[in-house]
Design a protein around this ligand. Structure first.
Ligand SMILES: Cc1cc2nc3c(=O)[nH]c(=O)nc-3n(C[C@H](O)[C@H](O)[C@H](O)COP(=O)(O)O)c2cc1C
Length: 355
């Protein structure tokens, strides 16, 4: 019996398997509105057997976009553009999730294939970014520090975007607390130098994230799974640590989160990260062994047997993959075939199921 292809239920949602599509920015939205590209891109993974498809980091406020081309959910036009994409994912048997995000001091940057690098100037359509403290990410423009009203506005925006996501039909909300974006900037002592109730102790640094979890949970009610992606280490001296991540994971559970999606890094340019197959699995294991909340593992998990082993070892409850889905949008069907798991193939593809 494959664990990877056994269903998982969280609250009212049952995932047909545990091989999931990790959120991936496409930098192809127009004024935050997703396009035909997003539709084809996300629907193909559902055809390919994904248990869950999580749509890319989607900004809760315009100034929270990583680039001017990011998707957003701060208005109803954006919500309405997501709805047919969600329907396409559902029609193909997958659960639809969305990652809600605010990029903080890493906002207003050029998309990867733009001619520009680093921060986008106001003349080119960029904006002044916000952060816990006036400390720039290496090479980027300096942010403004959020005041109390600005912090309340961020919390309110996560709630409003959650409402729009649910109205568009999404089944799962993931809060982006990783990769050096705003909520991670508050968590890490390297980017958060505040001396008010949002800085200093771990409890204070986690306050904004936990307020966001509360706000999302209040909007989501009891039935909707809420995930939190965190970077369980900054890979840098003096940064956020796996032990802190384990504690914060437990707090997030108390505040209504259902799963910690364990990633790492992205906070500082001088991070020392060593990348190898399954390089973040041990971090997922650490948070899971804290015993307070289920976790997913992500990061260079590219093969069916490898994914199965992570679950068999008890290091995670589910697997997110990113780039392998870009190489093979039918990753889950292929993995099921390789593991001899009995899954429902789209009838149109049945002939590929035959040996
Ligand atoms: C094109 C691309 C876009 C990405 N965008 C996001 C994103 O929007 N949110 C996020 O949390 N991670 C993002 N990531 C990171 C992936 O979700 C994933 O964590 C990372 O690629 C490691 O997994 P992998 O080795 O299976 O690709 C992105 C990765 C890629 C390749």
């Amino acid at each position: 019996m494959s664990i990877l292809f056994s269903p998982l239920s969280i609250r009212s949602v049952t995932f047909r398997n545990r091989l999931w599509v990790s959120p991936m920015c496409m930098y192809s939205a127009v004024d935050g509105v997703v396009q035909e590209w997003h539709h084809t891109h996300l629907a193909q993974f559902a055809s390919g057997g994904a248990g869950l498809v999580v749509a890319e980091a989607t900004a809760v406020l315009p100034e929270g976009r990583i680039s001017p081309r990011d998707a957003g959910l701060w208005n109803d036009e954006q919500r309405d553009a997501w709805a047919p994409i969600v329907r396409a994912i559902h029609d193909r048997g997958s659960v639809a999730g969305i990652q809600l995000a605010h990029a903080g001091r890493k906002a207003s940057t050029w998309w990867p294939w733009a001619e520009g690098r680093g921060s986008v100037s106001e003349n080119d359509g960029g904006w002044t970014t916000v952060a816990p403290t006036v400390v720039a990410f290496d090479g980027f423009a300096s942010p403004a520090a959020l005041d109390a009203d600005g912090i309340d506005a961020v919390v309110g925006a996560f709630a409003a975007s959650t409402r729009r996501a649910l109205d568009a039909g999404f089944d799962v909300i993931e809060i982006h607390g990783a990769h050096g974006y705003l909520l991670h900037q508050f968590l890490s002592p390297l980017s958060n130098l505040r001396d008010d109730e949002y800085g200093g102790s771990l409890e204070n640094r986690a306050r904004l994230l936990l307020r966001v979890v509360d706000a999302v949970r209040a909007e989501a009610g009891d039935d909707v799974p809420v995930f939190v992606r965190i970077s369980a280490t900054d890979h840098a001296d003096g940064g956020f640590t796996p032990d802190e991540a384990t504690i914060v994971g437990g707090w997030a559970a108390e505040h209504g989160a259902d799963l910690i999606d364990v990633s790492s890094g992205g906070l500082v340019a001088h991070q020392q990260i060593s990348v190898f197959p399954g390089y973040q699995v041990s971090l997922a294991d650490t948070v899971r062994q804290g015993g307070r909340i289920p976790v997913s593992a992500v990061g260079l998990i590219t093969a069916s047997a490898q994914a199965e082993q992570v679950l068999a070892d008890g290091a995670a409850d589910a697997i997110f993959a990113g780039r392998e889905w870009l190489r093979d949008p039918h990753f889950a069907l292929r993995a099921a075939h390789e593991l001899d798991a009995d899954v429902a193939w789209p009838p149109q593809y049945e002939r590929a199921h035959w040996r």
